[in-house]
Design a protein around this ligand. Structure first.
Ligand code: GSH
Length: 285
């Protein structure tokens, strides 16, 4: 939906994204779960900087512009905002110590797992990015698709420079990702169903969404390639991650919690955005 459509639809809340980005997925999941009415404005990597700035944010996405014009340029702030639209028993940050713990785990994952998983994934996929075009450009405007086609190698080069991606940094990042997965798995040794105990919090949502580059979960809010479409070495890592207890947990969060959120079953029933998507997860496969 473009700007004119946004005006015509009367829905002014908008989420500026790189649709395949896991930080954007984190925000999208929280907004969907809360049944918030918004439109997504998806962009190509690097073009996102212009879009983020134009929306009033910094140089990263997601940027969420609320229907009241408030600009939120951090995924954590978007989760906090979405939390004002759910009943207290469904808060991502419950009252008291549990809420503080959820925020602390979220911040830890935002700092580590998020950038590390992304760095590894870019290292593996940039060399074959043309073959991954159907997923890389899903949903973005036509001229940005053309830019992707014409400028693919230059964009890859710029991303590598910008995010300091090389074989050594990618392998170190993957090791750190594996350590996070082991630590997360350790938390389940007492049989708890969620990361912090008996209820779903921002910690679970953040872990599952930021695990996406190494997990390729089904039910993600933008189409992801199947492991078979990835280079063999990357597909092998995805297979290992899926079999890991923490990977299985993230997969379950997608199958259960994200699926409910994608269907728009928030406190206020089916959201118009979910309805416009057919309230199905077809788009996510
Ligand atoms: N702390 C930010 C991180 C967001 C982030 O790193 N977004 C990526 C997309 S996955 C981005 O915009 N990267 C480009 C950049 O760092 O300039 C948040 O939680 O919103």
């Amino acid at each position: 939906m473009d700007r004119r459509d946004v005006r015509l639809s009367g829905i002014v809340a908008r989420l500026v994204t790189i649709p395949i980005s896991h930080f954007c997925e984190k925000a999208r999941w929280a907004l969907d779960r809360a049944g918030v009415d918004y439109v997504e404005q998806p962009h190509l990597q690097l073009v996102h900087v212009l879009a983020a700035r134009r929306a009033g944010g910094g140089r990263t996405v997601p940027v969420f512009v609320t229907d009241a014009g408030q600009v939120l340029g951090e995924s954590a702030a978007i989760l906090r905002w979405a939390d004002q639209h759910v009943s207290s028993d469904r808060r991502l940050y419950p009252e008291g110590e549990l809420g503080s713990e959820a925020a602390a785990v979220e911040a830890w994952l935002d700092r580590g797992l998020g950038p590390d998983g992304r760095l590894w994934m870019y290292h593996e996929t940039l060399p074959v990015v043309r073959e991954l075009e159907p997923w890389a450009v899903a949903g973005i405007p036509g001229w940005e698709r053309l830019m992707f086609r014409a400028g693919g190698p230059a964009i890859s080069f710029a991303l590598r420079r910008y995010l300091h991606i090389d074989a050594q940094s990618a392998s170190a990042a993957l090791e750190r990702v594996q350590a996070v997965f082991d630590e997360i798995a350790g938390r389940f040794s007492d049989g708890r169903p969620f990361l912090l105990g008996d209820r779903f919090t921002a910690a679970d949502l953040t872990f599952a969404s930021l695990a996406a580059p190494v997990l390729l979960p089904s039910g993600y809010g933008s189409p992801l390639p199947p492991p078979e479409a990835m280079p063999p070495a990357a597909a092998e890592v995805v297979g290992r991650v899926r079999a890991h207890p923490a990977g299985a947990f993230a997969g379950r969060m997608y199958a259960e919690e994200r699926a409910r959120s994608a269907a728009g079953v928030g406190d206020r029933g089916l959201s118009p955005r979910a309805r416009s998507l057919g309230a199905s997860s077809d788009r996510c496969r």
